[in-house]
Design a protein around this ligand. Structure first.
Ligand SMILES: [Fe+2]
Length: 297
């Protein structure tokens, strides 16, 4: 078993949607091969600790938990760390805009590494084949030239000017449209995408994927939507996103190897993979070793 690198250990890692964590009841999960338990205290704040085999039962008085892990909440989710995390999570400023509809869209277990799931999230090339007639359709299969950089200032991968023809870009879309995407990777296991909003073309809907690295070959995908949509219900918006992700899950689980190879020579690069290449290089530079196959030195 790989001991996670210092960055991974000392980062915030997502473990649950806040609204799915009931006060006074124990939920169990696994982070970086480490069994955890969590609950919410009387003030609604999450409490997270390392789970031991003796613990049984579903009810707990949070006051009796002394050996707690660091915890924070952000974007509707609970984040913890097995090390010493930074003060703040990476920013998603749009989340605070008052007219947005923010929601978690569920937490889905996937039998693949967290970095593989990030890379799939960045890939537009699969839209017409996997999300047929929603996020893409033949003959509009071309991934047009786009820009990728690693922002030094913010320490994140940034892909801009990504354009793709989409038959149904969002629930609020009534027609096919060329959609512009911006992708950020502000955390080794998290990505945030901005896409033109059908309802307010000058603004962008935000969809984020936060991957919980359960083990090197398993993760849980926690999805956030922060939408500009004054007509759909939250249930409808959730269902739309869950449909899309339900199409990705079997594709992801068929990836081999399940860990992401960081050596650029290990899988044939094509132009559409520009953001994937930048992402892999960024992980290598940061020394991330968990859920990846590092470059042999
Ligand atoms: Fe997809």
């Amino acid at each position: 078993m790989t001991t996670p690198d210092p960055l991974t250990l000392n980062s915030w890692q997502v473990i649950a949607a806040l609204d799915e964590l009931p006060p006074g009841l124990v939920e169990r999960t696994i982070l970086l091969d480490t069994p955890l338990a969590m609950t919410r205290d009387r003030d609604g704040l999450p409490v997270v600790w390392r789970r031991t085999d003796e613990e049984t039962g579903d009810e707990i008085d949070p006051e009796t938990i002394f050996d707690r892990l660091p915890v924070t909440t952000g974007y509707g989710f609970v984040w913890t760390s097995l090390g010493t995390p930074p003060t703040d999570l990476f920013p998603i400023p749009e989340y605070a805009e008052p007219d947005r509809v923010n929601m978690s869209c569920g937490s889905i277990g996937i039998h693949v590494s967290a970095p593989r799931a990030v890379e799939n999230f960045l890939d537009m090339g699969h839209f017409p084949y996997v999300h047929t007639d929603i996020l893409g359709a033949e003959p509009h299969t071309e991934v047009k030239e786009y820009d990728v950089e690693v922002s030094e200032e913010r320490d994140e991968v940034l892909a801009t000017r990504c354009r793709f023809f989409q038959p149904r870009a969002a629930l609020s879309a009534t027609d096919g449209m060329e959609v512009e995407y911006v992708y950020r990777v502000p955390h080794p296991y998290c990505s945030v995408l901005y896409k033109s909003s059908p309802e307010a073309p000058e603004r962008r809907d935000v969809i984020a994927i936060f991957l919980q690295p359960v083990s090197e070959e398993r993760c849980r995908a926690h999805l956030l939507q922060s939408m500009i949509d004054s007509t759909s219900t939250i249930t409808e918006l959730r269902r739309f996103q869950q449909t899309i992700f339900g199409q990705d899950k079997p594709i992801l689980e068929n990836q081999y190897p399940k860990r992401l190879p960081l050596d650029p020579r290990s899988e044939t690069p094509i132009r559409a993979d520009k953001s994937a290449i930048a992402y892999r290089r960024w992980l290598s530079q940061k020394g991330v070793n968990y859920g990846v196959i590092p470059v042999a030195s």
